[in-house]
Ligand binder design. Structure first.
Ligand SMILES: *Cc1c(COP(=O)(O)O)cnc(C)c1O
Length: 406
């Protein structure tokens, strides 16, 4: 954590209007390419599905498409957004319980990877034309305590997603699919995020998936391993650690010819977004405490309100600041607890200084509420090092214009 401009890689940052996010196109491409390389080491065929819910910025989806990713969507709304961003149905992976019948049928007919999550989807399949063959996948329920206890949160780390092979529901779903002469089961989907994000967890969950595939003699085309990976970070597992962990159990069980689908969200988006806020006021409330108010909010960089510090740089407008004992940096909302971090014995912050938050691209823009200050601006940093605004800040009229009035 530095407190200077030294490692600051963004040109003309003073020109940017705060608060704002910055999308780093080169960093995004690096993450996608590194994951591709790691998959290619082991897999004959693999697909990277960009997890839209992790960061649904349309510009980013289009970059994902340019870099060869599929769009992994978990709702009808996300499906439509992916379509608007130019993804054809056969470049979409459609997951989750929040599908709609119309887009579900469009996706199945259009050759999307559709992983069945609910029983109503099994019913919807009856509406497919009977003179063609369609393929679907199915999601398998994963209890981390049972398959990888070391990665579990407690002794019953169960899941609300997928069909369980511990109850009869997985077998029943296989049966209803087998009763449809025009539908073939072509894939199995597993997705859990273990807190540890450890390669061991993927090895265990793929081994479990393989045991289920072999138990029912399923003849599949793909295994979709889901998301939950660390991005590129020193001292963290590498993408190759993950792909090797995925491959080991497949080789052991004779399933190494399956196509592998992964659905990274965090691993692709976290590191390629920064956020900049500016100090707008400083208050002293007693002899030792200075409150620093910024135009960003914890909602922008920590919407779950769990972090106590950030990978941040402090951008002082000028030098020669007195050292302050305690500075508490807060956000722009009227919530007393919108406090981001504290500085102990650091140069005094003044209006106009800026805070640069790194690594804030995952589960931030998609979780920003319309709370007090509406959605912030987004810039992109292209590969030539040029910055351009790609989303204006939202305005009162954006909210006002979607409603009906008497
Ligand atoms: C959320 C989600 C992902 C992405 O998870 P990350 O932890 O961001 O990698 C992938 N697949 C499914 C089905 C998801 O729900």
């Amino acid at each position: 954590m530095s407190n200077s401009l030294k490692n600051y890689s963004i040109p003309d940052y003073k020109e940017l209007q705060t608060p704002c996010y910055i999308f780093d196109e080169m960093e995004f491409e690096r993450s996608v390419n590194e994951f591709k390389k790691a998959l290619d080491l082991n897999c004959k065929k693999s697909i990277i599905g960009y997890s839209v819910k992790t960061n649904s910025l349309p510009y980013c989806l289009i970059e994902a498409k340019k870099n060869g990713c599929y769009a992994e969507v978990v709702s009808h709304d996300e499906y439509q957004l992916a379509r608007l961003c130019g993804f054809e149905p056969d470049r979409i992976i459609y997951n989750g319980p929040m599908k709609a019948k119309a887009s579900f049928l469009e996706a199945v007919k259009g050759g999307a990877v559709v992983n069945i999550e609910t029983k109503r989807e099994l019913d919807w399949l009856n509406d497919l034309p009977s003179d063609q063959i369609f393929t679907v996948g199915i999601r398998l329920n994963i209890n981390i305590s049972k398959i990888s206890p070391e990665d579990a949160d407690g002794d019953d780390d169960n899941s609300r997603f997928g069909f369980s092979d511990e109850s009869d529901e997985f077998r029943d779903a296989l049966e209803s699919l087998a009763n449809l002469s025009n539908v073939t089961l072509s894939g199995l989907h597993i997705h859990r995020t273990a807190h540890s994000r450890s390669p061991r967890f993927y090895e265990c969950s793929v081994a479990y998936a393989a045991s289920v595939i072999n138990k029912y003699n399923l003849n599949l085309k793909y295994l979709d391993v889901g998301g939950g990976y660390f991005g590129i970070f020193p001292n963290k597992p590498t993408f190759t650690d993950y792909t090797e962990a995925i491959y080991r159990p497949l080789k052991r069980t004779g399933l190494e010819n399956l196509d592998i689908i992964i659905e990274p969200g965090n691993a692709l988006t976290a590191s390629c977004f920064k956020f900049i806020s500016e100090v707008i006021d400083v208050k002293r409330v007693d002899s030792k405490t200075r409150f620093v108010t910024t135009d960003g909010s914890r909602n922008d960089v920590d919407p779950f309100f769990r972090k106590s510090d950030y990978l941040k740089d402090i951008l002082y407008l000028n030098e020669n600041r007195p050292i302050e004992y305690l500075q508490i940096v807060g956000g722009c909302t009227c919530l007393e607890y919108d406090r981001l971090f504290s500085l102990i014995e650091k140069p005094a912050l003044m209006p106009g200084d800026r805070i640069l938050y790194n690594n804030v691209g995952a589960y931030t823009l998609t979780l920003t509420p319309q709370f007090i200050r509406f959605w912030p601006r987004v810039y992109t940093l292209d590969k030539q090092g040029k910055l351009a605004e790609i989303r204006r800040p939202s305005e009162a009229s954006d909210l006002f214009s979607t409603q009906t009035y008497k």
